[in-house]
Design a protein around this ligand. Structure first.
Ligand code: PSU
Ligand code: MN
Length: 304
C-alpha cells in the first residue's frame, strides 16, 4: 500500500484526515464531471483544515491519497477501471489492475492506513429483487465490512434504489450505529426522507465527534454511519425520482443486469433520464458529506 506523504505526515501529527472513495467517481458519475467533483471534494476537505485521501488501486497497488495524475486516470472516460469491493483487492493486486474502491474496499484500506473518517454519497444496501416474487441475495458488502471496520462513514443514507428498511435491519444485526445529522429521519440519497427513522441524532460536528469517540470505546469493532440529508435546495423532485426508479428497475429486468453492475446502471439511468438533475443532486450531496466529514475529523483531531 502507498500512503501519500501528506497523509502520512498528518496522521503522524495527529492531524485531521478524510478518506474519499473512487467508485463514486469512476462508476457513479460521468466524465468529465467526475473529475470536477473529485477536485471539489479535496478542496472542501482542505478548506476545513483537513487532508484528503482519495483511495483507489493503481497498477495493482492500493494508493491512499491519489495525486492529480492518478485522479485523472480514475476519472478518464472509457478507462479500464475495475469496480473493487474488499474481496477484489487481492486478485486486482496480483493481476496489476487499476481499480476504483467501493465503500467496502475504501473503508478497509482507510482503516489499514489509520484513517477513521470517510465520506461518500450513499452506502450500498440490500437490493430490491429484480423479480418481485424472488428473494434477493444482493446485499452490498459495504454492510458486512462496516460491521468489522471501525470507521465513521458520512453519507446521505443509502441509495433510494435499495430496500431501505431491509438495509437498516442488516445494519442493526451487524451492530452498526446509525446516527442522523440534524435529522430524525433516515435520508435516501436523492431524497431527504426515506420514511424510516434513525435511532440517534446529533446536531453538530462536535457532537458527532463525541459519538465517534464513545463508540470506539464501547465494545465491538463496528464502524458507524452518520446520515446527512442532501441539502434541501438540491433534493430531487420526488415524483421524478419515483418515475426514474421504476424505469430503472424495468431496465435491469430487460437487460438482465446483475451483481456489481446494478448500482452503476441505475445511477446512469437516473443521470441520463433526469437530464442531469440527479447528477447535480449526487454531486452536491457528496460535497456536503465531505465538508461535514472534514469538520468532524478536525473536531476529533482537536481532542487528540
Ligand atoms: N455513492 C455515490 N455513488 C456511488 C457509490 C456511492 O454517490 O456510486 C458507490 C459506493 O462505492 C458504494 C457502491 O460502495 O456505490 C455500492 O455498490 P454495490 O451496491 O454494488 O455494493
Ligand atoms: Mn451487490
Amino acid at each position: 500500500m502507498i500512503v501519500a506523504e501528506e497523509v502520512t505526515g498528518a496522521l503522524a501529527d495527529g492531524g485531521a484526515v478524510v478518506a474519499l472513495e473512487s467508485t463514486l467517481l469512476a462508476h457513479g458519475l460521468p466524465a468529465p464531471r467526475n473529475r470536477e467533483v473529485a477536485g471539489a471534494l479535496e478542496d472542501a476537505v482542505r478548506a476545513a483544515g483537513a487532508v484528503p485521501a482519495t483511495i483507489a488501486m493503481m497498477d495493482g497497488v492500493p494508493v491512499v491519497g491519489l495525486n492529480a495524475d492518478q485522479l485523472d486516470r480514475v476519472c478518464e472516460a472509457g478507462a479500464d477501471i475495475v469496480k473493487l469491493s474488499r474481496r477484489d483487492l487481492g486478485p486486482a493486486a496480483a493481476l496489476g489492475r487499476d481499480g476504483a474502491t467501493t465503500v467496502a474496499a475504501t473503508a478497509a484500506l482507510a482503516h489499514a492506513a489509520g484513517i477513521g473518517v470517510f465520506a461518500t454519497g450513499g452506502l450500498g444496501g440490500v437490493h430490491r429483487p429484480v423479480h418481485p416474487e424472488h428473494v434477493t441475495w444482493d446485499v452490498s458488502a459495504d454492510l458486512g465490512v462496516l460491521a468489522e471496520t471501525p470507521v465513521l462513514v458520512v453519507c446521505s443514507g443509502v441509495k433510494s434504489i435499495v430496500d431501505i428498511g431491509a438495509t437498516l435491519e442488516v445494519l442493526e444485526t451487524h451492530s452498526v450505529p446509525v446516527i442522523g445529522f440534524g435529522t430524525d429521519v433516515f435520508p435516501a440519497f436523492y431524497l431527504r426522507d426515506s420514511g424510516f427513522g434513525v435511532p440517534w441524532r446529533v446536531d453538530s460536528p462536535v457532537e458527532a465527534a463525541d459519538v465517534v469517540l464513545a463508540h470506539r470505546a464501547a465494545p465491538g469493532t463496528a464502524g458507524a454511519v452518520l446520515a446527512n440529508p442532501v441539502p434541501a435546495e438540491h433534493e430531487l423532485d420526488r415524483e421524478l425520482h419515483d418515475r426514474l426508479l421504476a424505469e430503472g428497475q424495468e431496465l435491469l429486468r430487460r437487460k438482465g443486469i446483475q451483481g456489481k453492475d446494478v448500482t452503476p446502471a441505475l445511477l446512469e439511468h437516473f443521470h441520463e433520464a433526469s437530464g442531469g438533475a440527479s447528477l447535480d443532486t449526487n454531486a452536491e450531496l457528496v460535497l456536503a458529506n465531505t465538508r461535514l466529514a472534514a469538520e468532524i475529523a478536525v473536531a476529533l483531531a482537536t481532542r487528540g
